[in-house]
Write a protein that binds this ligand. Structure first.
Ligand code: ADP
Length: 478
């Protein structure tokens, strides 16, 4: 069952029970209330007649009859022996027809209790009547027509009174029906108003579940529902970001896998071709067998470099490679690495030199990983600097940071590539990179390691003039 229907039924049932109890109470007691108010009215009228009798001198029969008729009650005056001396329904001369009233139940009761209320059938009028009798002692002129009146009796036909009760009860029923109808409408409106936001939330969540992540819950209220909507919107937003990130990662993973297979295929294919050529007879041809063997060896070395770079990059990216920070003397550290490159540089006809800075400078970093950074930068400088060129490593201290520069006079990098050379497998000139034994991962590894030190790597380059790569390290003794 829908929530709004359930809610309507609960609220409506509650309202109905309360309203019906009230209505039944009023309905059941309306007759009594009515009776009481009519009796009260009759008492007032009796008092009014008593007042007139005792204050108006020479009151005649007709005047009293008129007064009774405008008061809308039947009035009877009875002596203490039961003789009727006034009856508003009769002319004075008709009084003789009236029998003695001493035995009337209301008179008997009034003798005992001074006043009485009796409901009974009137033989004189042939209908049910309600009687109120009051015992009186009149202090009036002895010549008055009403001397000796001991009881004032006022009465009304019960039908009149009953009609009024029925009228009131029917009004109560009409009112109840209208009230219940009104309650149904109000309950449904209230329940709908309460459940509409929930229905809206359910609809949006359903859409999200079906993959329509651009939907948002549009509820501005500040109550719990509003807060729920806000939290759900936040969740959807996060989900959206996570999905976009996952999709991006998935794309990167696919590209990476594609690149890796491509990178592996080239040396494996070259290795295979060299070995096949040897097997097909070249092994016995002394003029070429060495060439093919060297080619095979070169390609296995290239595979080795590629695999170790791949292992490094995946360890860095998965967070498996933990940095081991310590303080060390920067000059000494750089001097040793540059020394290791001296021989290779000499072979390539490139001059390599280190311009030492302040010997006392202590920096913070992981020496093993930072050595990899300098080695990669120097290898690149050597790879892309033609014979006769120069490579200089130098440092600068600025803003409590030690900047390290690796500058070469090589081929340089065209400006449109500068932003991308730190991406995995990105090369300016693929053939050239392969020829010089590049894996396309060197700068990506550099970037990762430098960033793990809280720093960043920069490059400035001019085609055919050279390139300068730089990054900074925190100084420990500043
Ligand atoms: P590779 O193994 O191809 O050198 P890297 O990631 O180390 O891969 O470098 C990416 C690309 O950046 C290289 O292919 C090359 O085009 C360019 N590059 C890097 N260092 C230099 C440099 N010192 N001079 C000129 N080009 C460079």
């Amino acid at each position: 069952m829908k929530l709004w229907i359930k809610l309507s039924i609960i609220i409506f049932s509650l309202g109905l029970v309360i309203t019906l109890s009230g209505i039944i109470f009023i309905y059941r007691f309306s007759e009594n209330f009515f009776k009481q108010s009519i009796i009260q009215e009759m008492k007032l009228k009796a008092n009014g007649i008593e007042f007139i009798l005792s204050t108006v001198n020479d009151l005649d029969y007709e005047s009293l009859r008129k007064y009774s008729s405008i008061s809308n009650v039947r009035t009877t005056l009875i002596k203490d022996d039961g003789k009727v001396i006034f009856e508003s329904g009769f002319q004075e001369n008709e009084l003789v027809k009236m029998d003695n009233h001493l035995n009337r139940p209301e008179i008997q009761k009034a003798i005992l209790y001074d006043s009485a209320i009796v409901e009974r059938y009137s033989k004189t009028l042939n209908c049910n009547m309600l009687y109120f009798v009051k015992k009186i002692v009149l202090n009036i002129n002895q010549n008055s027509k009403f001397v000796g009146a001991s009881f004032i009796r006022v009465s009304i036909p019960k039908d009149i009174f009953q009609e009024k009760v029925v009228w009131l009860q029917s009004r109560i029923i009409y009112f109840s029906i209208s009230l219940i109808l009104f309650m149904i409408i109000i309950t449904v409106i209230a329940a709908k108003k309460f459940t509409n936001p929930i229905t809206h939330i359910v609809n949006v969540v359903e859409k999200i579940k079906n993959g329509n992540l651009h939907y948002r819950i549009d509820i501005q209220s500040k109550n719990e529902i509003g807060k729920l909507a806000e939290s759900l919107n936040g969740m959807i937003e996060k989900l959206n970001h996570d999905i976009v990130r996952l999709e991006k990662l998935e794309l990167i993973r696919k590209q990476f896998l594609g690149n890796v297979s491509h990178e592996l295929k080239t040396p494996i294919f070259a290795l295979q071709t060299a070995l096949e050529t040897l097997l097909n007879g070249a092994v016995d041809d002394k003029s070429v067998n060495r060439v093919f063997l060297e080619k095979a060896l070169n390609n296995t070395q290239r595979l080795d470099r590629l695999l170790s770079d791949l292992i490094d990059i995946s360890r860095i990216e998965s967070g498996e490679m933990k940095m081991d920070f310590k303080t060390f003397y920067l000059n000494n550290f750089l001097l040793n690495i540059v020394d290791e490159f001296k021989e290779e540089a000499l072979k390539s006809g490139v001059e390599i030199k280190f311009i030492p800075g302040d010997n006392e400078i202590l920096v913070i970093g992981d020496t093993e990983r930072l050595k990899q950074v300098i080695v990669n930068l120097l290898s690149n400088a050597l790879k892309y600097t033609p014979e006769g060129g120069q490579i200089i490593v130098y440092t600068e201290i600025k803003d409590f940071k030690a900047y390290i520069f690796v500058k070469d006079t090589g081929c340089g990098i065209p400006p449109q590539h500068l932003d991308r050379i730190f991406e995995r497998f990105y090369r300016v000139d693929e053939d050239r990179s392969r020829k010089v034994g590049g894996t396309g991962l060197g700068l990506a590894i550099v970037k990762h390691i430098v960033e793990a030190h809280g720093s960043n790597v920069k490059v400035e380059s001019e085609v055919n003039k050279g390139s300068t790569f730089s990054f900074w390290l925190k100084i420990a003794n500043s």
